[in-house]
Design a protein around this ligand. Structure first.
Ligand code: CIR
Length: 265
């Protein structure tokens, strides 16, 4: 089993900028503190690096307050990368800025074109398929564009939907292994994970759903002890990382990195 969905040789991260205080947020729950955000970000980078992956840490971009959330800018598959077309107008330039970085790792870097929008946070890659959720940021046209670009590499994209008031599809789920998904009940209720084994976040700990399986580690946001214990008991190697500042901007563990194993440079 190749486990292309969670075995990674590389990750790209971007340092948070001072402008992070102006990042997008659905509800105002306070201004993120850059020093603490940077501390959490460093702990996150250290955790990924501890699995022997090569970490590329990009400079902050002041022009783009949300640019620390690199996941939304691209989808990185073994065969090539696809630069997204974010539905948030203030984030479009971030995707363009990621393209030259991806070219250092891939021969093929494609771009979502047309009228559709799609952000990486709405895409979950599993061992058997790519799930892409419509949301306030991702449209059906965006998902169709993704489908047509990934078809050349043999992928099947399945369109699903994100519950209202949830930012991204992956705000509410993550991949745990080849056949297991961590999900909130409100997301799984749509039936989108039929055929998978699902572990639910503990009640009141829905924000723990945005975690990442990265090689041997399961990186979860700190502060959700019941879900962490559940995952630990299920046999995962759980590492908790502070996420209070990213959470003020609706960000979690997946948003902070692009994770990949390029087949060719
Ligand atoms: C945004 O609203 O776009 C950012 N403040 C948060 C992005 C989080 N990204 C993700 O979940 N993939």
């Amino acid at each position: 089993m190749s486990c292309r969905s969670y075995s990674f040789t590389h990750a790209i991260l971007r340092q948070p900028a001072h402008s992070i205080v102006d990042g997008l947020r659905a509800v105002d729950s306070g201004t993120p503190d850059l020093a603490l955000f940077t501390e959490h970000h460093a702990a996150y980078a250290t955790a990924l690096e501890s699995t022997s992956a090569a970490i590329t840490l990009l400079d902050p971009i002041e022009e783009f307050p949300d640019s620390v959330f690199v996941e939304d800018t691209a989808l990185c598959l073994p065969e090539g990368a696809i630069v997204m077309r974010p539905g948030a107008p203030s984030r479009l330039g971030e995707a363009a800025a990621m393209a030259p970085v991806l070219k250092q790792f891939y021969r093929e870097v494609l771009t979502i074109e047309g009228d559709g929008f799609i952000e990486g946070g709405d895409i979950l890659v599993t061992e058997r398929e790519i799930l892409a959720g419509t949301s306030a940021r991702t449209t059906i046209a965006g998902i169709e564009a993704l489908q047509s670009l990934t078809a050349r590499w043999g992928y099947k994209v399945r369109g699903v939907s994100t519950p209202a008031d949830v930012l991204h599809f992956k705000t509410d789920c993550s991949l745990l292994d080849e056949e297991t998904i961590l999900s909130t009940e409100r997301l799984a209720r749509s039936g989108c994970f039929e055929g998978y084994r699902v572990i639910f976040t503990a009640e009141g700990e829905e924000a723990c759903a945005n975690s990442i399986r990265f090689n041997e580690l399961l990186v979860v946001p700190d502060g959700f002890p019941r879900t962490a214990e559940l995952l630990d008991k299920a046999g995962y190697r759980v590492t908790s990382i502070g996420n209070t500042e990213a959470a003020k901007l609706d960000g979690g563990m997946s948003c902070l990195s692009l994770r990949f194993s390029p087949q060719s440079v």
